[in-house]
Design a protein around this ligand. Structure first.
Ligand SMILES: Cc1cc2nc3c(=O)[nH]c(=O)nc-3n(C[C@H](O)[C@H](O)[C@H](O)COP(=O)(O)OP(=O)(O)OC[C@H]3O[C@@H](n4cnc5c(N)ncnc54)[C@H](O)[C@@H]3O)c2cc1C
Length: 568
């Protein structure tokens, strides 16, 4: 209780400080890219120190990764100056996230050698990149991949190729070193840690009744091919459309599932997977989270009776899914151009024309291609295309994207553990927190003692995307650090004295939010169908973003382009 009121006070005080930052002549930090705030930190820190808000903290850091102004070049682009060079390729891939890399992989496998992948950042990987802080590898975004279910055959094949998976006696086995070790998850609630994320500690009987009822409802909803990953394998019917037409909260209200602990847990799960909470995602998405993977098991319930699949294992690495992205990128090196911003795509009868700005040299290159795979988000595709379809324009208007903040905190010695029954785990979540908790980058290490590490803290800002984006652009690094520390110190009172560096990754448009009506919309269905010489391939097509969905759309677009080229 004490920690909570202190956090409110801090946020109020910092909100007021942030609001008056310009008037007070405090430095503003435009999004310039890497480690831009080390030099400006002193003024802000000094002010906080004078107010006595966190006298012990002494750490460095800055913003990393996403070069905000590169994306904004596209937003502000008003027409092509004369290109300095002209080039040709058979297939141009726009965007080097998981979908773009998968498209390139499909082309290569089909024997197509003549393709080019354009990525605006300095490294391919998109939301699945990673960095190094204080000498420790850590994720900048995506950090795990569940072992593939029955419909994710392509992912299973990839993991087999990477020697993470093998079949023994008809059963899949995974590399023990990369499967998430125990303990996997813990929750800080009622002043202590409990094992697992579903609130149990301090809960009354009513919460357990709602847990059991929710488990039954998930099991009942989980009919064959209703909720699959990738979602393209599932069938769509009136029952699913009805779920898609309402928010998850409306559905929970209708089921009279009101236990605050269950509501908090479901809201947390939606913020964690979709970037926005139960008011903002559809009931289809809320149920898909559970039904497509491991179901929902109430405490004390036998998982067989809940119609649950085997509880899934997950694969994780210190650098998160950058481990996968980097392996996907290696065979594409020669055909990948990073620092390459595609500004315009115009489909003609015989070919497609592209304007590509080479950011390091500032040279505009005019490309022509037989086929183009747009592996960038749909709202970006709508800006790029000279003649966007009505479906694409509708997607740009109606598909919301959640902003996210990821903070990597280098901790120089183990944090003192609060009371409770659960030790430091891979995923560590705080009940009632505005954030999503943190993962420990050293979790998979086999060192026999606790020591320095990097904690990767996540916050999804999709409940109000435009306010979230504004805050990401405007709030200085020090203010975000303060919010992260104020949140974490409820569970880790010594964190300020042990943090040495904080690097922040900002995503203005991190992932599609499966808002009510989006998944079943006619415009999204239209965009999934390849037409003409330009095909879409991005996790946006699934209305939500995970590795498997991005990988599926990329492979599919690459395969289709290869077939079209072979046909001539
Ligand atoms: C913070 C965070 C945590 C996540 N955690 C997980 C997780 O643990 N597990 C999981 O499975 N998924 C996670 N995700 C979801 C993640 O988005 C997907 O796994 C996947 O990386 C999406 O890939 P994509 O190719 O669809 O999109 P993106 O990653 O968005 O890739 C699009 C690419 O296009 C490039 N681009 C855009 N415009 C242009 C242009 N005009 N010219 C050239 N290039 C352009 C971008 O720079 C980017 O590299 C997380 C996402 C975030 C943001």
């Amino acid at each position: 209780m004490k920690g909570r009121s202190r956090r409110r006070f801090l946020q109020g005080a910092l909100g007021a400080l942030g609001g008056s930052a310009a008037a007070a002549g405090l430095p503003r930090f435009p999004g310039r890219g890497n480690l831009q705030e080390d030099e400006g930190r002193g003024v802000w820190q000094g002010l906080l120190d004078r107010l006595g808000l966190h006298p012990k903290a002494d750490f460095s850091g800055g913003f990393v990764g996403q070069q905000v102004e590169r994306g904004h070049l596209l937003r502000d682009y008003r027409g092509a100056p004369a290109p300095s060079e002209r080039r040709r390729t058979s297939v141009a891939i726009v965007g080097g996230g998981i979908a773009g890399l998968a498209a390139a992989r499909a082309l290569q496998r089909a024997g197509i050698e003549d393709y080019q992948l354009f990525e605006l950042e300095d490294e391919a990987g998109g939301n699945s990149r990673g960095g190094v802080v204080g000498g420790y590898a850590c994720p900048w975004g995506a950090h795990y991949l569940p072992t593939p279910g029955p419909y994710a055959e392509d992912v299973a094949e990839l993991l087999t190729e990477y020697r993470l998976r093998r079949e023994v006696g008809g059963k899949a086995e995974y590399d023990e070193m990369q499967l998430c070790h125990s303990p996997q998850e813990r929750l800080y609630i009622a002043g202590g840690w409990q094992d697992g994320l579903l609130p149990v500690r301090g809960q009354d009987a009513a919460a357990f009744v709602d847990y059991r009822r929710f488990a039954e409802l998930v099991a009942a909803a989980n009919r064959p091919r209703a909720f699959t990953i990738p979602t393209a394998s599932s069938r769509w019917d009136e029952t699913l459309a009805a779920l898609d037409g309402q928010s998850f909260r409306q559905w929970l209200d209708a089921q009279q599932l009101g236990a605050p602990a269950l509501r908090w847990y479901l809201d947390y799960c939606c913020r964690d997977d979709y970037g926005a909470g139960i008011d903002h995602v559809s009931a289809w998405a809320g149920l898909h989270y559970f039904a497509s993977r491991h179901g929902f098991t109430a405490p004390g319930q036998d998982s067989a009776s809940s119609n649950e699949l085997d509880r899934d294992d997950l694969l994780t690495w210190p650098e998160g899914n950058a481990w996968l992205a980097r392996r996907l990128a290696v065979p594409q090196r020669e055909r990948t151009q990073t620092g390459a911003l595609v500004l315009r795509v115009e489909e003609g009868r015989q070919q497609v024309e592209l304007d590509v700005l080479d950011l390091p040299s500032r040279r505009l290159v005019h490309w022509t291609a037989q086929r183009v795979i747009l592996a960038a988000p749909l709202f970006v595709a709508a800006r790029l295309l000279a003649n966007p379809s009505s479906a694409l324009l509708e997607a740009a208007r109606s598909l919301p994207h959640a902003p996210w903040l990821v903070a990597n905190l280098h901790i120089d010695s183990p944090l003192i553990e609060h009371q409770g029954n659960a030790p430091l785990s891979w995923d560590n979540v705080l009940y009632g927190s505005p954030g999503l908790g943190y993962v420990d980058a050293m979790h998979q290490s086999t060192r026999p003692y606790a020591d320095a590490t990097v904690l990767t803290y996540y916050t999804a800002l999709g409940n109000d995307p435009s306010a979230g984006r504004h805050a990401l652009l405007e709030r200085p690094w020090a203010q975000w650090c303060e919010m992260v520390l104020a949140d974490l110190e409820q569970a880790h009172p010594d964190i300020r004295s042990k943090v040495r560096r904080i690097e922040l990754m900002r995503y203005g448009h991190a992932m599609a939010i499966p808002a009510p009506g989006v998944r079943g919309s006619a415009w999204l269905a239209a965009l999934r169908e390849p037409r003409g010489r330009v095909a879409h391939a991005h996790s946006d097509l699934s209305a939500y973003s995970v590795f498997e969905e991005a990988y599926h759309w990329g492979l599919r677009a690459g395969d289709a382009a290869a077939v079209a080229l072979h046909r001539g």
